[in-house]
Design a protein around this ligand. Structure first.
Ligand SMILES: C[S@@+](CC[C@H](N)C(=O)[O-])C[C@H]1O[C@@H](n2cnc3c(N)ncnc32)[C@H](O)[C@@H]1O
Length: 216
């Protein structure tokens, strides 16, 4: 019999360590955009494509893990009432500075401890590369947190690097399997789009743009 004592996974510690990592990363970048690996200084092309073909009425949108703010700004230009949250105060301060004058509610907020006024408040959520940047054990919690922001009928557009089931990555980041991204369908959301693209970046050979809608 194996008598070795098992230590339960410490979710809070993992969340805290990830937060500290991002805060330090932004701090060390010293406001130099080229020091941020994921920052392109422009809107995510998958979001822009979505906005270019959007035919509804712009409503309340939130960008989670909003980084330097370009996606929030694109939504604002498209007429949405935009909130953008990031756990890093450095990132939020930097985004505010970059988009000074834009009426965007840039806020320091932790996905794992969301302010109550944000819960169930949004018609549209945009997520790019945040789920994959957090430890694998936090995947379910991260997706649950994202869906908690949505009103009934709201949509979430998610963009991530993806991998086949057999591939292994020593993250961060940890590209998602298709089934991991489809966890949204276990959280009262149905799949509207799941587009797979070949990815030229060295990170993983696939990218996914997926759109889910919360049940009414
Ligand atoms: C890989 S970056 C992507 C940033 C941005 N979405 C983009 O595409 O440029 C992940 C972002 O998620 C933020 N983040 C990490 N953990 C978070 C949490 N618990 N709550 C909110 N934001 C978080 C990080 O600070 C970082 O800005």
């Amino acid at each position: 019999m194996n008598t070795e004592k098992q230590t339960p996974y410490n979710y809070e510690k993992a969340q805290q360590e990830a937060t500290e990592w991002f805060n330090n990363y932004y701090k060390e970048a010293s406001k130099e955009l080229s020091n941020i690996a994921w920052a392109k200084g422009e809107v995510n092309p998958f979001l822009q494509e979505y906005l270019d073909t959007f035919s509804g009425t712009p409503a309340k949108a939130i960008v989670i893990g909003s980084g330097l703010g370009d996606d929030a700004f694109a939504l604002y230009i498209a007429g949405f009432d935009v909130t953008a949250i990031d756990v890093s105060e450095e990132a939020i301060a930097w985004a505010k500075e970059r988009f000074d004058g834009a009426e965007i509610d840039f806020r320091v907020a932790d996905l794992f401890d969301l302010p109550s006024d944000l819960l169930g408040s949004f018609d549209f959520v945009f997520e790019a590369f945040t789920i994959q940047s957090l430890p694998l054990a936090l995947r379910d919690r991260t997706i649950t947190a994202i869906t908690s922001l949505m009103k009934p009928d709201a949509k979430v557009l998610a963009v991530c690097n993806a991998k086949q089931d057999h591939e292994h990555f020593d993250g961060p980041p940890w590209p998602l399997t298709f089934n991991e991204l489809r966890l949204f369908t276990m959280k009262e959301c149905r799949e509207l789009e799941f587009s797979i693209f070949e990815n030229k970046s060295s990170l993983s050979s696939l990218k996914v743009r997926a759109l889910f809608q919360k049940e009414a």
